[in-house]
Write a protein that binds this ligand. Structure first.
Ligand code: NAG
Ligand code: NAG
Ligand code: NAG
Length: 421
């Protein structure tokens, strides 16, 4: 789950706003959509690599093919132009975004605060993944995203196929050769896919130096989000609703919608208060970097399969962290049991740092601690700020001080201790 699930809220708020504006008269939204700036930034299909390059950083766009044929757009800041360290061995870091988000989430706050930039300037080789189905990864060797079969996946497949492919690809590059492990950072769904992969294919733990789970989501029993709790009973079980809702594209990256989002979050736009109040519900109020919001809205939501959402709603309903529930009959075929099996998280023996917070309405403290109890090798970081929420891990204006710098220190310490090994 991710802060930009909140784009949904924005959309609802916006619909209300548009409606009331329509009664009052003269706002022409089609004209607003003609805002030349919105056109320039959207029509030119600016990518994460273009954005990092605009700040002077070396930037690469890779197309990585998974074992099951998905082609992922993955971005890289291979070294720092400030350090000129391109000829040194640089430790590899992979950053993995949350649900309906994409690689742009990491860079919204710019070079002074954004984790990818800070990591590059600390000497790391930085990779930013994009899960199948997001705007940069709507591509496949044989399937078209217009075909329903393209969308038959959940976050299980993102973990098992996408994350393994990206890790192995990064390790196979020139800089990766001679290295056998990486640092991993996941936000929200980026943590779910880590837990799924590392418990299902435990050999991959050997490829992890340190892992950082921001707002970890696995067990969802105590989750407080009203939206999820109210939808869960309907869609979190195998029934007519969930069958109709499942296996299709959810909220595709739509240019018209994006232009509207981009516009309402502009500082001088009349609907800015709508943007602000929607954002305040998702972050610690007033501590979000609103300057980063127009870009955030221009790049999100970045698309996913409805099965990812169904899978989360199943967890919320069952209280277990387990594989996708296909219903009794198909479960027997696929798993050999009526209920889907639980992920054996006890097998995750890599070093896992859990970064979590009291006000996180999608990752409750009780749930994070319950999964952590079963992890053999973890370090707990409960945020001192009791108002810290799910989206603060990316967009709080003090994220550098409270998250990014401590995380980089932990990675640097690991590297210092392991020199020559
Ligand atoms: C799909 O992948 C191919 C092969 O890597 C690449 O050349 C192409 O640009 C990609 N298309 C899109 C829309 O990303
Ligand atoms: C907020 O985001 C903007 C836009 O990326 C950036 O320029 C600024 O440094 C960020 N941080 C703060 C504290 O404003
Ligand atoms: C969390 O879940 C436990 C067990 O289901 C329950 O006893 C407790 O009241 C819940 N706490 C909250 C804050 O929902």
């Amino acid at each position: 789950m991710n802060r930009f699930t909140g784009s949904l809220l924005v959309l609802v708020a916006l619909a209300v706003g548009v409606y009331s504006a329509a009664i009052d008269g003269p706002i022409d939204f089609y004209k607003l959509y003609d805002n030349p700036e919105a056109h320039i930034s959207l029509k030119s299909k600016i990518t994460t690599a273009d954005r990092t390059a605009a700040h002077g950083y070396p930037s690469e766009h890779h197309h990585i093919v998974t074992e099951d044929g998905y082609i992922l757009g993955v971005f890289r800041i291979p070294y720092s132009h400030k350090l000129q360290n391109q000829n040194e061995k640089r430790p590899i870091v992979l950053l993995q975004h949350g649900l309906t988000s994409c690689s742009d989430a990491w860079i919204l706050q710019g070079p002074n605060d954004g984790l990818p930039y800070l990591l590059a300037d600390a000497g790391f080789d930085v990779w930013m993944g994009n899960a199948r189905g997001t705007s940069y990864s709507r591509n496949h060797t044989t399937l078209s995203p217009d075909h329903p079969n393209f969308w038959k996946f959940s976050w299980h497949e993102i973990g098992i196929y996408d994350i393994t492919a990206i890790i192995d690809y990064a390790l196979s590059t020139e800089n990766g050769q001679g290295q056998d492990a990486i640092h991993y950072v996941g936000h929200s769904q980026g943590t779910t896919v880590f837990f799924a992969l590392m418990s299902w294919i435990p050999e991959y733990n050997d490829k992890i130096k340190t892992a950082h789970m921001f707002a970890p989501v696995a067990i969802m029993k105590n989750l407080s989000s009203g939206l999820v709790r109210s939808v869960g009973p309907y869609l979190g079980h195998r029934n007519t609703y969930s069958v109709l809702f499942g296996s299709q594209e959810f909220l595709p990256h739509n240019e018209f919608l994006m232009a509207i989002f981009f516009n309402i979050c502009q500082p001088d736009f009349m609907l800015r208060p709508v943007c602000e109040s929607a954002m305040e519900k998702l972050y610690a109020g007033g501590r979000v970097n609103m300057t980063a919001m127009p870009e955030g809205m221009a790049t999100h939501p970045a698309g996913c399969s409805t099965d990812q959402m169904l899978h989360y709603l199943q967890e919320q309903q069952s209280g277990y962290f387990r594989l996708f529930d296909h219903g009794t009959k198909k479960n027997l075929e696929v798993y050999g049991t009526q209920e889907p099996p639980e992920y054996p998280v006890e097998l995750i023996n890599s070093l896992v740092h859990m970064w979590y917070a009291d006000s996180d309405n999608l990752a409750a403290v009780e749930d994070v601690e319950q999964i952590a109890e079963r992890l053999p090798n973890k370090v707990m970081h409960r945020m001192a700020d009791t108002e810290w929420n799910h989206g603060d891990f990316a967009l709080n204006w003090e994220v550098r001080k409270y998250i990014n710098e401590p995380v980089i220190d932990i990675m640097m310490e690991y590297e210092l201790k392991n020199i020559g090994t």
